[in-house]
Design a protein around this ligand. Structure first.
Ligand SMILES: O=C(O)CCC(=O)C(=O)O
Length: 338
């Protein structure tokens, strides 16, 4: 596919900037309260017929909106991602387009180039070493169950949740990732999120509200937290407080795949370590961009475009789709719409 004029414009702007047995496949071992009801294959809405997932795994995802595959990414790969992240923090490598974020409580402190001040790097599509994560065959094998065979990597992050300063800013409020995405259909989008170490309630594991992927996209905004909120950490103001919550405690290499409407967040990191996870949002290449004007996503559109303007020095010349087209990379099959 040729690139659009707007993507071309953005490229020009950017051109100036510099435990179980390995591979074991199991659904998340949670039983209480998560009962897959009986589906017939023809009723499946959120998973594709490609013989990768067992019937039990498909039912679990259909019902709950997430699926954990244990021990999917090797220690050796995780070590490589960790090393590259540390190099980025030390400014030894500066991948084009990469955004480096800091916690709101340390953002204004004196700059020290090490991993203790970086809470997240995102948009690492130009960093060969980190982007390998999005091309790992064992990840794509599962991604295809949700996106279909033509796969785009849309959004990449390595999250380095810092020890909480006491202000509870290391929490990530409950949200739906679709709030950030101007493309549809949502059922052809999936997040892969891999624990880079043992992640548990003490260091701020993911918390998910099973079944919420069957609902609609809710309005999001910054929560009114006393200690402040990190940039772009929008949350849902009105979710069902009575909805079951599941804390996803995961071992190093375990990977959760989840639907973009699934309500999720993560807790405080109460340890002294920096809790690491690497993730990518994938979408079927036949998804299409939508206009979010007049919808609940308008607030995030403005924030992303303003930030891109500042970051890329684009002087108001780009829109939300440009930003996404610039980030998006084909990882399997054919690039169709995105
Ligand atoms: O890793 C985390 O703490 C949560 C990440 C997350 O939910 C997100 O970035 O959308």
């Amino acid at each position: 596919m040729g690139e659009s004029r707007s993507t071309h414009r953005l490229r020009i702007v950017l051109g100036h900037l510099g435990r179980p047995s390995a591979g074991a496949v199991v659904a998340h071992p949670i039983s209480g309260g998560l009962h897959p009801s009986s589906f017939h294959p023809q009723q499946f809405q959120f998973t594709k017929d490609n013989n990768v997932l067992s019937l039990e795994q498909r039912r679990f995802y259909e019902e709950n909106g997430f699926l954990v595959i244990k021990n999917l990414v090797s220690d050796a790969d995780i070590e490589r991602f960790r090393n590259e992240f540390e190099k980025i923090c030390r400014k030894e490598v500066k991948p084009r387009g990469l955004m480096v974020m800091r916690d709101v409580t340390i953002a204004k402190s004196e700059f020290v180039p090490n991993e203790r001040v970086v809470t997240k790097v995102q948009d690492f599509q130009e960093d060969q070493e980190l982007f390998r994560y999005c091309t790992l065959p064992q990840i794509l094998k599962y991604v295809e169950c949700f996106t279909g065979p033509n796969i785009m990597a849309m959004h990449t992050m390595l999250i380095n949740k810092p020890p909480d300063s006491g202000k509870k800013t290391s929490r990530h409020p409950l949200h739906q990732d679709l709030h950030y995405f101007p493309f549809r259909p949502s059922d052809n989008i999936v997040c892969a999120w891999t624990a880079m170490e043992h992640i548990h309630r003490g260091n701020g594991c993911l918390v998910v509200l099973p079944g919420t992927h069957k609902g609609s996209l809710k309005p999001h905004d910054y929560p009114q937290w006393e200690g402040g909120v990190n940039i772009m950490f929008h949350g849902i103001q009105d979710y069902d407080e009575n909805n079951n919550r599941v804390h996803l405690e995961m071992q190093k290499g375990d990977t959760v795949f989840f639907h973009p409407l699934l309500i999720h967040g993560s807790g405080r990191n109460m340890t002294q370590g920096f809790r690491k996870a690497i993730s990518c949002h994938f979408a079927g290449a036949s998804c299409e961009y939508i206009d979010v004007k007049g919808t609940s996503q308008e607030n995030i559109e403005k924030e992303i475009v303003d930030m891109a303007d500042k970051f890329y020095g684009a002087k108001g010349n780009i829109d939300l789709k440009d930003v996404w087209r610039y980030r998006a990379r084909l990882v399997k099959g054919e690039r169709i719409n995105l």
